[in-house]
Design a binder for this molecule. Structure first.
Ligand code: F6P
Length: 529
């Protein structure tokens, strides 16, 4: 059977259903069905998901589930969890889920059980972070470590940055938090502003790079090392201040980092799914190992739900199907991520990498160019209520319809419950306005068509466990969409060309450059002299 989704039986049924729905208004769906809210919503452990404001019906959901079945979803999901080589372009297994499994489980890659190595790494993270946090691990001058600087980019930065901020905001008053800074950009302003706030004798750098080849990270790491050498007593051994997380041990050693100071990554963990590995070390240092273990436990809980819940009650699956419906059948090319929780400040940026780097592709799993269907939408977003005063005008009255994911947290995170009530009222009001619209205004410019689809995900609370669940939820959503779109969601060749060209330009090699690039290069070059 063809793996092209448009060749599946259910695809054509869905197309017919979409043409029926295209000119119906969401208000009419609610008028026609008093139970729409309860019929099109789902309660799972820790979450309530309302998708009744999507332009969708139960019939559509059933056919989307059929499409997933026809795509071989169950066997593909098992193949991922079992460690089959599903990243076919790079010949790798995809086992971020193994990073959160209990030590009694067995998962084999090329015949070898990888779970003991996962738990050895966790033990090393535990021992090291405990030693730093207790003051037993000292800097070269005998000072305790008071600041962590995490250097990495993309998947080696966005996950820890997201969780760091979220746990910081949701921390209890007596939680011990070690100050942590994140540096990613190659722009010297990024590392300079971090260094300006650090004292060398009490600073620990964590260099995170799976490949240990990423120019941004290596450049920042060199600057950090030089800064330590300049600011510690002459001839100091900087190794107590400098550790690395990588799968490229040889490159780390060549860089001059003490082998004892290397925490492992594996080629079966993709960068944007790597938060659960030693990439999370800075979180253990900042918030304590127990919080990190709780994060893993939350993700494991979502893994079990993803594996066991029936498709139409499976939260990541439902979210994925709704996304496919909006993208492929209602032809909506964007998705707005709108968390009404300050703790999720970095969630839109995190999801941009997770979904767009995974599924932003037009070559399918079999190496064929995709010509007859669309893949990942463009994601963007902002925390509520900030976004309301920025791009929501377009969401309400713009010429594009943008589906929205609202995310709210039921339990207030602060002692200011009044703020929380206002915050969630805003969230509800936006979803209501987007859906209902305003059809009889006095002036034409106050006309809102409405009929803008949105989902609302309510989390019971915000803590390490629920955050682990939330991140794993979107990981599995991303995987599920990749199955329908027949993609390898775990490579990222689209980022390579820019890296190669920038290296040429840096060496003044303009042989491949077009006139625009040459003209700009000349201006930049003149200005920097
Ligand atoms: O941007 C491409 C990419 O390879 C991402 O997939 C990855 O998360 C990031 O660069 C960082 O890679 P590394 O951890 O190897 O430095």
């Amino acid at each position: 059977m063809s793996s092209n989704p448009t060749q599946k039986k259910s695809w054509n049924i869905l197309k017919a259903l979409a043409s029926d729905i295209q000119d119906k208004h969401l208000n009419d769906f609610f008028k026609a069905d008093n139970n729409r809210f309860s019929n099109l919503s789902l309660k799972t452990d820790g979450f309530f998901f309302d998708y009744s404001k999507q332009r969708i019906t139960q019939d559509v959901i059933s056919n989307l589930c059929a499409l997933l079945d026809e795509s071989g979803f169950t066997s593909k999901r098992n193949a991922m969890f079992n460690g089959d080589i599903i990243n076919n372009t790079e010949g790798r297994a995809v086992l971020h889920t193994a990073l959160r499994r209990p030590d009694s489980d067995v998962v084999k890659v090329n015949g070898e059980n990888i779970i003991p190595a996962v738990h050895n790494a966790l033990n090393k993270m535990k021992n090291f972070s405990n030693a730093v946090r207790s003051g037993d691990h000292k800097g070269v001058t005998g000072s305790a470590i008071k600041k962590i600087v995490s250097i990495g980019i993309g998947g080696s930065d966005l996950g820890p940055r997201l969780v760091s901020e979220a746990l910081h905001i949701s921390a209890q008053k007596n939680d011990q938090i070690l100050e942590t800074k994140f540096v990613s950009n190659i722009d010297g302003d990024d590392i300079q502003s971090a260094l300006d706030e650090c004292q060398a004798e009490e600073t620990l750098f964590v260099i995170i790079s799976k490949s240990f080849k990423t120019q941004e990270t290596l450049t920042n790491a060199l600057t950090a090392r030089q800064w330590l050498q300049n600011n510690l007593p002459d001839g100091s051994d900087i190794s107590p201040h400098f550790i690395a997380v990588s799968s490229n041990i040889e490159a780390v050693e060549n860089f001059g980092i003490n082998p004892d100071n290397i925490f492992p990554m594996w080629d079966w963990v993709n960068g944007r799914f790597s938060l659960w590995s030693a990439v999370g070390l800075s979180l253990c240092l900042q918030h304590g190992f127990d919080k990190f273990k709780t994060l893993l436990a939350g993700a494991y809980n979502m893994d079990q739900h993803f594996l066991k819940a029936p498709l139409n009650e499976n939260l990541p699956v439902l979210m994925a199907l709704i996304g496919v419906w909006n993208r492929n059948f209602l032809s909506l090319p964007q998705l707005a991520i709108l968390p009404y929780a300050q703790s999720l400040l970095h969630f839109p940026a995190y999801l941009q990498q997770l979904e767009m780097e995974s599924n932003g592709k037009t070559v399918d799993y079999d190496g064929q160019t995709i010509t007859d269907y669309k893949t990942c939408p463009v994601l963007f977003g902002e925390v509520g209520t900030n976004g309301q005063h920025s791009f929501y005008q377009l969401l309400h009255q713009g010429s594009e319809t943008v589906p929205c994911d609202f995310i709210g947290v039921l339990t207030p995170e602060t002692d200011l419950p009044h703020h929380h009530d206002l915050l969630l009222s805003h969230m509800l009001a936006q979803g209501q306005a987007m859906m209902q619209g305003q059809h009889e205004p006095n002036e034409s410019y106050r006309y809102f068509e409405g009929n803008k689809p949105s989902s609302t995900l309510l989390m019971d609370k915000m803590d390490a466990y629920s955050l682990g669940q939330l991140i794993a939820l979107y990981e599995h959503k991303t995987f599920t969409q990749g199955v329908i779109w027949n993609l390898n969601s775990f490579d990222q060749f689209g980022v390579e060309l820019g890296k190669e060209l920038s290296q040429k330009l840096e060496k003044q090699d303009l042989s491949d450059a077009d006139p625009s690039t040459k003209g700009l290069h000349s201006l930049i070059h003149k200005a920097s002299k």
